[in-house]
Design a protein around this ligand. Structure first.
Ligand code: SF4
Length: 171
């Protein structure tokens, strides 16, 4: 069961990124605030969270307690963009939603940690709505036989884990 869940998390992240890149024009999502983060307080997440109503699962890299809230943290191995990509915001929003379902307390923000910079991202109702809309779009596309490629980046296809089975890969 776990490998299936892990695969789903990976696919979800991939599709979120894909959709987000396609929707890069979207505005109004929180840009986040650069913060200093005391990583000594972070705890590795031990188990995946699952929200049956949305059939959504995911595992933030770390969690940190702040007052009564549990804050999810996503760590990226890359250098920070000027402001976080929409795909990263949506992935973090999914973790915020899962943490809320698990703990019963809505996290006021999540944390995106890049190699050189850490952002605090407010978990606003607008970000949550964007996430729910994106998940609904994913569900619609899941039943389609084929989804058109959303980009013209050979580099992305070269790095993609699906290139061997994707009939739309760029060479
Ligand atoms: S190989 Fe390219 S087109 Fe196919 S899924 Fe991966 S990134 Fe998208």
């Amino acid at each position: 069961m776990l490998p299936i869940l892990a695969l789903f998390v990976f696919i979800l992240a991939l599709v979120l990124l894909w959709l987000a890149n396609r929707q890069q024009k979207s505005t109004g999502l929180p840009q986040g605030q650069v913060i200093y983060a005391d990583t000594n307080l972070w705890h590795r997440t031990e188990k995946s969270f699952y929200y049956s109503q949305l059939n959504l699962t995911g595992k933030p890299d770390y969690l940190v307690k702040q007052d009564q809230s549990t804050i999810p943290i996503e760590v990226k191995s890359t250098w920070a963009p000027a402001s976080p990509h929409t795909g990263h915001l949506l992935q973090l929003a999914a973790y915020c939603l899962l943490v809320e379902q698990e703990t019963g307390i809505r996290p006021p923000f999540g944390i995106l940690n890049y190699q050189n910079r850490t952002f605090s991202i407010p978990y606003t109702s607008q970000l949550e709505s964007e996430l729910l809309d994106t998940l609904a779009e994913i569900r619609r596309k899941e039943v389609m036989d084929s989804v058109p490629r959303s980009h013209e980046s050979k580099a992305r296809c070269i790095r993609c884990g699906y290139r061997d089975i994707c009939n739309q890969r760029l060479r």
